[in-house]
Write a protein that binds this ligand. Structure first.
Ligand SMILES: O=C(NCC(=O)N1CCC[C@H]1C(=O)O)OCc1ccccc1
Length: 724
């Protein structure tokens, strides 16, 4: 490929920070201001460069066509019952956003209740959250614009579909929970950010601090909302509230980071003679009792029978367990379902009055059981194939529950399970089929790969049947590795097109930092041990080469967000091991991430450069600070960085675009532009989207276009050929 003309970005060598005595230059600091003309020019130049490269990727239009065709199939989501109505989301195939339907019974005539596609021409307004009142009288929903985390809450009257005047602004990271009198709901918000002229919510990078819990009465202005809780002494604290099934208690969850730990306070609302009316206009907060007032563990409410509360918890149980406490005797906790030796207790949901559906993760595959809510004893194993339970739609009062399932070769099945019958049947309620996808052509296997320190890392490998292990296959390896998040089997439309038409092998490595084996696995890939994530991913890559699936120049690695950090760190540490790298919305400046939007909440996995010891961890792998010329590092075997695409978007206020912009400028400077005949001939480019964010709510067309761009780039750089 002909040498590219990279834009030259100004280097402000005067910006030098002192971290505990260590001087660190940050010449692209100016790229941190999204409103600066110079930054907009930098972005535009990168967009032009990237478009010039993508034009040469000759599978781009074929991929766009095939992915569009594959996407064009009806997609149902599990129904959920509220009051005496059923609700469900459905997409005919290529609709930008899924549509909410309502019906009087499962066989009833469905009606469109809420169609987010009507909120914008280009589908960039999405439904971020939705909660229906207990009697199904009202629907409260949060709309997000251009993929930003900011939402605006609206209220709709379900019966006549009239949207009330209520408009709640500056809401972010919230649950919505109605009081059972349907007079209003609890929600969380931030103070309004300073709105300069033409303020474009979601492009600002200000830190999100001082979260507050409010109660909104339907039919009133937000200004009259009742402030229920806040904690100005702890600006990082975040508040989530939920009304218990009996309508009696308000549970307040307090978190201060992304660690699976939270405080639990409760308020007995039955003590209020007239609901929250009595609190109108008052300035004191709601009277909460502090059940758990520390961050030692995570507690998630499952059910309560008056003062007897059942929680899913990880207190002294890194693989989680079900516990119970009586509010009258808050010191004595009992185990209802003890922690399992091997399996991670992933979820527990009270159903059919006296039962609970629990899901376990066993070597990254799901196990589903019905247990007695009181005693925890096992009643029934629900058989499911290798794959993921992607949703359990059930309430304690329901005897009919819906279980959503998907896997690498199963686009989606919704099972209907009647818990009243002796043997609960798992009947197929809906099944998603993808045009042109024939599962019999593919095989999935799971291997366990030793990492550098001997830890075995699970990896799923999806390939066409009977491929020769001759190292000839283009291979796409994906991982995440953080925040206690488990990457379990899922179906991907674009991936099926890659395996079908480019002969690609697709792999997911369940590296440390995730939740695959519980809290120990998460901690083993965090803080001082974050390097384990990179070691695991490199070992997984080396396995794919040594086992004959692929070879370095045919191996593409991909990850997003914390997974984008993974990609950035790995191409710095082993530029020789990969032919292509795709890093989505990566956290790339590990010394400054905590200063922007919600980044301060991530110090639980990363640490913080404000602390000397933690600065020592971060400076060693921070992508932005570890770009070096491989041909200078190892003159004996001249190598270069893989072809690299950094993807970001202007309204990403989860991981602000400055991370990718600063890394892009740094890589292009060090590796590409500043040397005349630089050995770096593999392109280093950025795909910067507009009216788009971190990922949630992305409209179908943008999903397709991005997939066509990144995978046609991959195909060209790996030399993969198209077979019809
Ligand atoms: O920040 C996150 N989640 C973590 C997240 O989005 N991360 C963590 C690292 C970068 C990015 C990612 O990997 O998607 O969600 C916001 C939130 C809500 C409630 C309490 C705390 C925080």
């Amino acid at each position: 490929n002909q040498p590219l003309h990279y834009p030259t970005a100004r280097r402000d060598v005067s910006v030098i920070d002192d971290y505990h005595g260590v001087k660190i230059a940050d010449p692209y600091r100016w790229l941190e201001d999204p409103d600066a003309e110079e930054v907009k020019e930098f972005v535009q130049e990168q967009v032009t460069l990237t478009e010039s490269v993508l034009k040469t990727c000759d599978t781009r239009e074929k991929l766009r066509e095939k992915i569009t065709k594959s996407f064009d199939h009806p997609r149902y989501y599990a129904p959920f019952k509220r009051g005496n109505k059923y609700f469900y989301f459905y997409n005919t195939g290529l609709q930008a956003q899924d549509v909410l339907y309502v019906q009087d019974c499962l066989e009833g005539e469905p009606e469109v209740l809420l169609d987010p596609n009507g909120f914008s021409e280009d589908g960039t307004v999405s439904l971020n959250t939705l909660t229906i009142s207990e009697d199904a009288k009202y629907l409260a929903y949060g709309l997000s614009t251009s993929g930003s985390d900011w939402i605006t809450i609206k209220v709709m009257h379900v019966e006549n579909k009239i949207v009330e005047a209520d408009t709640l602004k500056w809401v972010k990271f919230t649950s919505i929970s109605w009081t059972h009198d349907s007079k209003g709901f609890f929600y969380s918000r931030y103070p309004a950010p300073k709105e300069g002229e033409n303020f474009d919510a979601g492009t600002e990078t200000d830190a999100s601090l001082y979260h507050e819990l409010y109660y909104h009465f339907v039919g009133t202005d937000q200004a009259e909302d009742i402030l229920c809780w806040r904690d100005p002494e702890n600006p990082k604290y975040m508040f989530g509230a939920g009304v218990t099934d009996d309508g009696k208690y308000l549970l307040l969850y307090i978190t201060e980071s992304c660690d699976p730990v939270n405080k639990v306070y409760y308020c007995d609302m039955s003590a209020f003679s007239d609901g929250l009316e009595g609190f109108r206009g008052r300035t004191d907060l709601l009277p909460f009792v502090k059940l758990i007032d520390n961050f030692d563990a995570q507690y998630q409410h499952i059910a309560n029978d008056d003062t007897e509360f059942t929680f899913l918890a990880n207190k002294d149980a890194p693989k989680y367990k079900v516990v119970r406490v009586d509010l009258k005797d808050p010191g004595s906790w009992i185990d209802v379902v003890p922690e399992s030796e091997k399996d991670v207790l992933e979820s527990a949901c009270a159903v059919n009055g006296d039962k609970m559906i629990v899901s376990y993760l066993r070597d990254v595959k799901y196990v589903l059981q019905i247990r007695d809510l009181k005693t925890g004893s096992l009643l029934r194993q629900l058989h499911i194939d290798i794959g993921s339970v992607t949703g359990i739609s059930a309430r304690r009062k329901d005897s009919i529950v819906f279980i959503s399932f998907a896997s690498f070769l199963t686009p989606g099945i919704i099972y209907q399970c009647n818990l009243d019958t002796e043997v609960p049947d798992m009947k197929i309620f809906r099944e998603i089929t993808v045009p042109g996808f024939d599962r019999t052509e593919f095989q999935v296997n799971q291997v366990f790969v030793p990492s550098q320190d001997g830890t075995t890392i699970p990896m799923f490998i999806v390939a066409r049947k009977n491929i020769k292990l001759d190292g000839s296959h283009p291979c796409l390896l994906y991982a995440y590795g953080g925040f206690n998040i488990s990457i379990t089997p899922s179906f991907s439309v674009s991936r099926t097109v890659l395996t079908r038409h480019l002969g690609a092998v697709f792999c997911i490595a369940n590296i440390r930092g995730g939740g695959e084996y519980g809290e120990e696995w998460h901690k083993a890939g965090s803080l001082a041990r974050k390097q384990n994530c990179f070691d695991d991913f490199i070992s997984a890559s080396e396995y794919l080469v040594s086992a004959g699936y692929t070879q370095p120049k045919k191996l593409c690695i991909e990850g997003g967000s914390n997974g984008g950090l993974l990609i950035g760190a790995c191409i710095n540490q082993r530029p020789d091991l990969f032919g292509c790298a795709l890093a989505h919305v990566g956290v790339m400046d590990m010394l400054r991430f905590h200063k922007f939007t919600i980044g301060h909440a991530w110090t639980s996995d990363f640490g913080c450069s404000d602390k000397k010891e933690e600065f020592g961890w971060l400076i060693k792998y921070s992508p932005l600070h570890n770009v070096r010329r491989p041909w200078e590092q190892h003159p004996e075997q001249p190598t270069q960085y893989p072809s690299t695409m950094l993807l970001t978007a202007d309204h990403d206020d989860r991981v602000v675009p400055l991370h990718s912009l600063k890394l892009l400028a740094t890589m292009q400077h060090i590796l590409c532009s500043s040397l005349k005949n630089s050995p770096q001939t593999n392109p280093i480019i950025g795909r910067i989207d507009c009216k788009a964010g971190h990922g949630a709510g992305r409209p179908t067309q943008k999903l397709i276009d991005q997939a066509a761009d990144r995978y046609s780039f991959m195909a060209k750089m790996l030399g993969a050929s198209w077979n019809e």
